[in-house]
Design a protein around this ligand. Structure first.
Ligand code: IFM
Length: 441
């Protein structure tokens, strides 16, 4: 199973999950700094204040990636390092960190793939309404411009947002993630402001990138294929609804210039309408260079008339990962097919992976990655323009409200000593990269 020449083989992380250095070099407070310190929000009272100490250990981590043979690395930039208060001039020391990081990556021959926003909003913006307010979308464009001016010519692929769906629902409807709001009626408005931030950010980034550079811009969506629990019409409708309010809620405005009618009906009848301005959908639909897909599992959905959404996602019975997520490799080809229904852009699998028990001899992870890569290969064979794959994650890290329990890393991290130890899966992945294909079992 050979992959196309030039395929990007990477691993992914995000700023709050690995960097630590929460107030280093003038960084401002983020909503995750605030949220994780609040009692009862994160398992074990864990925070990202130290995490993997990557802020100080980045050079060693780049050497580790080079040793594994990765040719790409997806990471995120912490907005509050660049704009500690969420507005105004850039904090040069914050930008300098990312400059050092991209320099080290480029010197090692590892393609940097930065994401501008992976959930760590400056707390100051949350206090002015956060993603429920339109101003945050405008502030994001300002931030995108600052990063573009400083670093826009240093990386070929830039994502605006990571997983706006998670920010919408986990951040604002069920409150599991920062800012921890339980206000489901905000969902459509928050999703719209995130999409608007993306569109405004794309324009600002292109305008501010150094002359002569042509950074590729995209967005990263998490796609969870939705399957009806039975062939009954009501379960099929429930699955279609979940698909509309999660996957298509973002794909349709980005690529078809409208919200899915099914999602609009749901929000209007059960939650609240949308305040938008003429021209917003055109801004959101700005032409892009790629689409990133984060794919982990599927949802099996049944009608549940008594619940607020009218549906419920069944607890998986099949083999699951340490997160309790069903291991369902066809999710990859199904997510790619859904993306291709909406766009012919080049695609990247910007996250895929699994948490297991932390063992160094992680055969379950190897089996997981092999099965999912085989699906990626199948998608390419059926005509998908899939250009890269990023394992989540390079190393164990802060898994949001779950703290440090789940271990997603190719590389084990001993949090007491910060020692990094590649797992068997890391060595296996090195072979995949070296062969540009899957080794025989
Ligand atoms: O850790 C997260 C990441 O931040 C976003 N995508 C899913 C991962 C695993 O839950």
């Amino acid at each position: 199973m050979q992959f196309p020449p030039g395929f990007l083989w990477g691993a992914a992380t995000s700023a709050y999950q690995i960097e630590g250095g929460w107030d280093a070099d003038g960084k401002g407070e983020s909503i995750w700094d605030r949220f994780s310190r609040a009692p009862g929000r994160v398992a074990g009272g864990a925070t990202g204040e130290v995490a993997c100490d990557h802020y100080r250990r980045y050079a060693g981590d780049v050497a580790l990636m080079a040793g594994l043979g990765l040719n790409a690395y997806r990471f995120s930039i912490a907005w509050p390092r660049v704009q500690p208060g969420g507005a105004g001039a850039a904090n040069q020391r914050g930008l300098d960190f990312y400059r050092r990081l991209v320099d080290a990556l480029n010197e090692a021959g590892i393609t940097p793939v930065p994401t501008l926003y992976h959930w760590d909003l400056p707390q100051a913006l949350q206090e002015r309404g956060g993603w429920a307010g339109r101003d945050t979308a405008e502030r994001f464009a300002e931030y995108a411009g600052l990063v573009a001016a400083a670093l826009g010519d240093q990386a070929p692929l830039w994502a605006t947002l990571n997983e706006p769906m998670l920010i919408t629902y986990a951040g604002h409807a069920n409150g599991a993630k920062a800012p921890g709001l339980r206000r489901p009626w905000l969902s459509w408005q928050v999703a719209h402001h995130l999409l608007l931030a993306h569109g405004l950010g794309v324009a600002a980034f292109r305008a501010a990138a150094p002359a002569g550079s042509r950074p590729g811009l995209g967005i990263v969506l998490n796609i969870r294929p939705c399957h009806p629990a039975t062939g009954r019409a009501r379960d099929r409708r429930a699955a279609a609804r979940l698909d509309a309010i999660t996957n298509r809620l973002f794909l349709a405005p980005l690529f078809r210039g409208r919200y899915p009618p099914e999602a609009a009906r749901f929000f209007l009848s059960r939650l609240a309408g949308l305040r938008a301005r003429p021209g917003d959908l055109a801004t959101i639909g700005a032409p892009l260079d790629f689409l990133g897909l984060n794919v982990y599992t599927r949802a099996v959905v049944a009608a549940a008339p008594a619940s607020a959404t009218g549906l419920r996602v069944l607890r998986p019975a099949a083999p699951v990962t340490g997160m309790g997520w069903e291991i369902y490799p066809p999710a990859i080809s199904e997510a790619v097919a859904l993306a291709r229904e909406h766009t012919g852009l080049p695609l990247y699998l910007t996250e895929n992976g699994a948490a297991f028990d932390g063992a160094l001899d992680d055969r379950e992870r190897i089996a997981f990655l092999r099965a999912h890569l085989a699906e990626a290969h199948r998608a390419i064979a059926s005509g998908a323009d899939l250009r890269g794959y990023f394992v989540w994650s390079l190393m164990d890290n802060f898994e949001w409200e779950h703290g440090y329990g789940p271990r997603f890393g190719l590389v084990h991290v001993d949090y007491a000593t910060q020692a990094r130890t590649p797992r068997a899966s890391a060595r296996w992945y090195s072979r995949v990269i070296a062969q540009n294909g899957l080794p025989a079992e």
